[in-house]
Design a protein around this ligand. Structure first.
Ligand SMILES: NC(=O)c1ccc[n+]([C@@H]2O[C@H](COP(=O)([O-])OP(=O)(O)OC[C@H]3O[C@@H](n4cnc5c(N)ncnc54)[C@H](OP(=O)(O)O)[C@@H]3O)[C@@H](O)[C@H]2O)c1
Length: 332
């Protein structure tokens, strides 16, 4: 039980990676003038957090976590009074109001600022939204970062149209399962790429039309070239993505799970007239549009495990190893 001036939080320090994670009592934050304080009930785990602790050493306590759902328990002087007592989820992308003005690097909750794997988190009132009513707390906690990324990748960047053949790498992960659900809702025919035959049946049950096993050579097993490839696996998959797309097709890249470096022949791009797009997170308007899209199509994030914060080291290791389909959510 926390003292009113402290709270339980998952902190990281000392050893890099999951070995440096533990639950501790830390100071409870106070909302600034344009902020609210959210009592967190559930918080989804993203690979972003795994990267954030991979190289973190030293004594400063880092609280990671970008996704959260909870209740607004206090509000700042200037904003958010109408949110008091609301069941809310957070837009984890800070300071990107306008779709046209892309920031150099989007600021994400749990990056430079305190994250959500704690009993309380302070966030700008403009980043707080009502939860789509069809979602449970755990499902809502799995949505924000992955949903925003998948929505911008498919809609703003990918411009998916009904009937398009969309190939997804990393499709059984948190962002990938949401991209799968959204692409199906947009009327696409989706091929899922995975390393594990054992995940194929679940991908089909989530709406995939086809599953191919093998990240480095999936182009050889596609039933047809892709109109669009969404790639987040990175160096292991990107060269194959280039071979998989039809002439005039498009690749949208939003991640580098296996590393950021690739060697490409530019001839494969210009002779075949392939478009390359990069995307990361999204603007406030896209977040709101994503929530509307999710509500309209009753899209439900896939949650494969709900765990207490104390199990975070194992949960991070499971993610590292690619165990499970969908997301882990911490329940507080
Ligand atoms: N730029 C952004 O704004 C943004 C936002 C969200 C995510 N991302 C990036 O997108 C990627 C996916 O994020 P996520 O949170 O969805 O992660 P995740 O839940 O861990 O999913 C990653 C998926 O990648 C596949 N994978 C292929 N090769 C892998 C390997 N060697 N090791 C581990 N997994 C491998 C796995 O699928 P199989 O087991 O089926 O092969 C796994 O399900 C990460 O690189 C993340 O940083 C970027």
């Amino acid at each position: 039980m926390s003292h009113p001036s402290t709270m339980r939080a998952l902190v990281h320090s000392g050893a890099p990676g999951p070995d440096g994670l533990r639950v501790e009592q830390v100071a409870r934050p106070e909302p600034g003038d344009d902020e609210v304080l959210l009592r967190v009930v559930a918080a989804g785990l993203n690979r972003h957090e795994l990267f954030a602790i991979a190289g973190h050493t030293g004594d400063d306590l880092k609280i990671v976590g970008a996704d959260a759902v909870g209740t607004v328990v206090s509000t700042g002087y200037d904003a958010g009074q109408e949110l008091g007592g609301c069941r809310a989820l957070v837009n984890p992308c800070l300071g990107w109001p306008d779709i046209e003005n892309v920031p150099e690097v989007p600021t994400i909750l749990g990056g430079p600022v305190q994250g959500t794997f704690a009993e309380f988190v302070r966030i700008p009132a403009s980043n707080v939204h009502q939860v789509p009513p069809h979602l449970s707390d755990a499902e809502a906690a799995a949505l924000p970062l992955a949903g925003l990324t998948a929505y911008r990748a498919l809609v703003t960047k990918g411009k998916v149209r009904r009937g398009d053949h969309v190939v997804l790498t990393g499709a059984t992960g948190g962002a990938g399962t949401l991209a799968l659900a959204m692409a199906v809702a947009l009327g696409a025919e989706v091929t899922v790429v995975t390393r594990h035959e054992a995940k194929a049946a679940e991908a089909i049950s989530l709406g995939a039309a086809h599953v191919v096993v093998g990240v480095t050579d999936f182009d050889e097993r596609l039933h047809a070239p892709a109109d669009l490839v969404l790639d987040s696996v990175g160096s292991d998959s990107f060269p194959t993505a280039v071979r998989s797309v039809r002439p005039g097709g498009k690749i949208v890249s939003f991640g580098a799970t296996t590393g950021p470096d690739v060697t490409l022949s530019l001839r494969d791009l210009f002779f075949r007239q392939i478009s390359l797009e990069g995307t990361s997170m999204g603007s406030a308007g896209e977040f709101a549009a994503m929530l509307g899209f999710v509500a309209e199509h009753s899209i439900t994030p896939t949650v494969h495990a709900c765990r207490p914060l104390e199990e975070a080291p194992d949960a991070f290791r499971d993610m590292e190893a690619g165990r499970g389909v969908g997301k882990t959510v911490f329940v507080l």
